[in-house]
Design a protein. Structure first.
Lengths: 213, 213
DNA sequence: TCGAAATTACACTTGTGGGTTACATTCGGT
DNA sequence: ACCGAATGTAACCCACAAGTGTAATTTCGA
């Protein structure tokens, strides 16, 4: 508010602070993903960062804050992904591809994986609801694209709800099997998955010609 | 061994016992799925069954036994499913369909869902390994079918490992979204998923004719 | 160099739940 | 009526982790 020439000082401090806060979130996310939220103690997180438990409390109010922070960051990232697929002038398949690639990339990170791997029990109802809302928006976007594709005749008739569920299932499951020493690169996964998905959504060649509109 | 006419008594006893043991496992599975394994106390399970904690210990040795029992039962069921898809005389798509339908059906039950929803941390390394083995067999079977399909030319070229991962992801995710008051019937899910999967595996119509062998 | 921010050391409260056991009681088949 | 299986009551131990208070100490920007 009142700062002038020196873009350092208080800024530098709070920037540092934010960076460190993220470090706490990321360390938390990694451990939550590996061992589960409840099985991870703040001491574990502290040890991973070579700091003390007390210091963690300098950056967050509670353990729950860490989890919530992770998932909140995740949703912010996903909001960007959604934004990049909102361009009406692109063909539907391209817009779907962007959603899938973006989600696939993000879910391959510690923070992103926490969105899929950590069950929401542990959060307070309000926070759970807030996050659910964010996920639902992403879901809706994919469904809407599928519906549009069906209307345009470039996607076969199907239940968009179930197809979207299948796609998210495939994507959300990635961190459960791909967190190894040498993981499959997310680009590779995205390509294979997209081949499956886009092919799977094509109007059936056998029934080429059955259209409803 | 020494029993004759009276197929009751001891038999009836142990049969009853097994039934009740299953009741414990099922109640456990339901609660584990809902609240997580670690968040579920034996008191919770006892309350769900209207019995006391002490009685549970009459049927199982430990809490871990309950979880392991659930997943063991699950794998036994899945072994049957695999058996039903092992018939060489059937076309590959039919064999894949049987796997998917069977898995979809089973994962829609409490016991089956526990296989997908409960993380393996909580089990001892030996038991974890045993279960992992069982899951891996199912995975291999699907991969093998995909590979065979590719060889036969009825499935397009793809990475069977990643395709199988996508399929299992879609299936394993079902209990995460479909445990509601009025769930989507598993037959419906299986049909929609199979349409996606089988369509998605078809040799691409655009590139009709690119074969490698 | 000064002062505030960042970090540590450490002790302490508090609560919880799983495993276990001893003893009492009810139930069901023969 | 008897005996063992099935179940209940109740209490104990113990480890562990969230979170807090406080004082001391270090780091770092101005």
């Amino acid at each position: 508010m009142g700062n002038k020439t020196w873009t350092k000082t208080a800024d530098s401090r709070s920037a540092q602070r934010e960076i460190k806060r993220r470090a706490v979130l990321m360390a938390g996310a990694r451990l939550f993903n590996d061992q589960g939220y409840e099985q991870t103690s703040l001491e574990d997180i502290a040890a991973a960062l070579n700091i003390t438990k007390r210091t963690i409390y300098y950056y967050v109010q509670s353990k729950e804050d860490i989890l919530f922070g992770c998932q909140q960051l995740s949703l912010e990232f996903l909001a960007d992904v959604m934004e990049s697929s909102r361009d009406d002038s692109l063909p539907v398949e391209e817009r779907i591809s962007r959603l899938v690639r973006g989600y696939c990339e993000w879910v391959s990170t510690d923070l992103g994986a926490s969105l899929a791997m950590v069950r929401p029990h542990s959060l307070s109802p309000e926070r759970r609801e807030a996050l659910h809302e964010g996920k639902a928006q992403f879901d809706f976007q994919l469904r809407a694209l599928i519906e549009q594709g069906i209307r345009e005749g470039v996607i076969r008739h199907c239940d968009p709800r179930l197809v979207a569920a299948a796609v998210f299932g495939a994507l959300n499951w990635i961190p459960f099997w791909n967190r190894t020493a040498r993981p499959v690169p997310h680009e590779e996964i995205a390509e294979q998955y997209l081949a499956m998905i886009l092919n799977g959504l094509l109007p059936s060649p056998k029934l080429q010609g059955d259209r409803a509109d």
